[in-house]
Design a binder for this molecule. Structure first.
Ligand code: GRF
Length: 202
């Protein structure tokens, strides 16, 4: 399966995917890593293993629509079969989603539908939940509202702050995201409307 990634920053989830791929765990080819941020660490991580990179800085375009058209063309040229968002900090427009010919997935650091949007870990702490976690989901036109593929819970401890909770969740993200990509690449993820089922391996 031909997988492209969009990332805006640190890229630790991209790194987790690359590591699992190097271990032979993912039956995929990384066809490209794109970013809206020329300084994204994610780009360096991709270059290190010779994945082609492209940057799409918003400032280079008349507006977001033109930027998205460029990204869509790049993905089309790469024959993308799955688009993975790994810390991509821009919301993809309705135009982008409806013109993408491949599924798009995202990872979010909370148990959706709780705490969508920015600063999910802070939202969870402020609310006082005892359990949070992370969610891999298909991307639709809403903000973190797409059909859920995998979720895993992470405990919230007394005395946690954003840094400690984020670190605990991130460790789980780095396992969950490669597993979701692996299941999709193996054709084991079936989507019917909002319901996503995993065809378990025998
Ligand atoms: C992760 O917490 C992910 O859940 C969220 O953005 C963060 C990206 O981190 N969507 P990284 O760039 O993968 O290190």
């Amino acid at each position: 399966m031909r997988v492209a990634v969009l990332a805006s920053g640190r890229g630790s989830n991209l790194q987790a995917l690359i590591d699992k791929w190097l271990e032979g765990f993912l039956p995929i080819t990384f066809v490209g890593v794109g970013s809206d941020n020329v300084n994204a660490e994610a780009l360096l991580r991709a270059q290190k293993v010779r994945i082609p990179v492209r940057v799409f800085p918003l400032d280079d375009y008349a507006d977001k629509k033109n930027q998205e058209i460029d990204i869509l063309n790049w993905l089309e040229d790469l024959d993308t079969e799955l688009l993975v968002l790994a810390g991509y900090m821009r919301v993809l427009s309705k135009y982008f989603i409806s013109n993408a010919t491949y599924p798009i997935i995202n990872i979010h650091p909370s148990l959706l539908p709780a705490f969508p949007g920015l600063n999910a870990q802070k939202q969870a702490l402020d609310y006082g939940v005892k359990v949070s976690g992370c969610t891999v989901h298909f991307v639709d036109e809403g903000m973190d509202t797409g059909p859920i593929i995998l979720q895993e819970a992470v405990p919230v401890y007394d005395g946690d702050d954003v840094a400690s909770l984020s670190k605990r969740i991130l460790k789980v993200e780095h396992q969950l995201y490669p597993e979701a990509v692996r299941l999709i690449a193996l054709g084991k993820v079936k989507r019917e409307g909002r319901k996503v089922s995993i065809l378990r391996e025998s």
